[in-house]
Design a protein. Structure first.
Length: 256
């Protein structure tokens, strides 16, 4: 199946970049990831914003200032037909094996909750939207497995610097943004989830399209219990105290 949907990639080179110890955590982005026929069909059938669901508007009685202008569809049966055919291919064994090869992480498992996974789905961010810096959830709320890898792919043609929408990668102590990754068409990102794998999209100036899945691990030594993302402040964060307050309230939610 991989030969049908993926371009030819230098897996050893990708593995070396992913495991670069000079980065705060392991991640890699890969351009021209899917074959044109595969990615173009998803682009052409990307659903209109009107059929996507908006993110949570309030948390703990406050405006959700952690995330704004975010939309998504996480149920396969609600997606266009091309997406219903394509998404499950990314949970098949040969694709998961490919992810193992380029990350060096063995024993990865597909997340089959709701077919495409608890965190999987189509995602969009409207102009003026944002998602503040955070570390993803660590424990799957239904299977109690470790959320090990987040996979993202972008569907934005002719993206310009002024459109912003960069995925920001931050260091462990939240003192420095070490890299900004543009959401270019057919660019894929794989990042390892850790307690401090901080990332986010603080600014979006043009409609931003993507999709994502997660891959899991069954680790006997994993004792993390966090089932929600952990949002953190940047240096000189606007409304920093309120960000912390809403983040604490979000952290305590149990609606999975």
């Amino acid at each position: 199946m991989n030969s049908v949907i993926l371009q030819n990639h230098n897996k050893e080179k990708i593995l070396s970049i992913f495991q670069d110890v000079t980065k705060p955590y392991k991640y890699v982005f890969i351009d021209n990831f899917f074959k044109e026929s595969f990615i173009d069909e998803l682009f052409e059938s990307y659903p209109d914003q009107s059929v996507l669901k908006n993110n949570r508007g309030e948390i703990g009685g406050n405006k959700n200032i952690l995330e704004q202008g975010m939309y998504g569809c996480s149920l396969l049966e609600e997606m266009p037909e091309a997406w219903r055919r394509s998404f499950p291919k990314l949970n098949e064994k040969d694709f998961v094996d490919f992810v193992e090869e380029i990350t060096g992480i063995k024993g990865l498992l597909s997340d089959n909750h709701n077919t495409i996974g608890h965190w999987g789905g189509i995602r969009a961010m409207a102009a003026g939207g944002y998602q503040l810096i955070h570390s993803d959830a660590r424990l799957h709320p239904h299977s109690n497995l470790e959320k090990k890898i987040t996979f993202l792919c972008y569907l934005n043609k002719d993206w310009k610097d002024g459109d912003a929408g960069y995925l920001e990668i931050w260091n462990d102590n939240m003192e420095e943004c070490v890299e900004k990754i543009a959401p270019l068409y057919n660019r894929a990102i794989f990042l390892e989830n850790t307690a401090t794998s901080y990332h986010g999209v603080p600014e979006v100036n043009s409609y931003r399209k993507s999709f994502l899945l997660s891959y899991l691990a069954d680790s006997a030594k994993f004792d993390e219990t966090r089932r929600k993302a952990l949002f953190v402040q940047r240096p000189d964060e606007p409304q920093g105290d309120l960000v912390s307050e809403v983040a604490r309230a979000r952290f305590g939610l149990t609606d999975y």
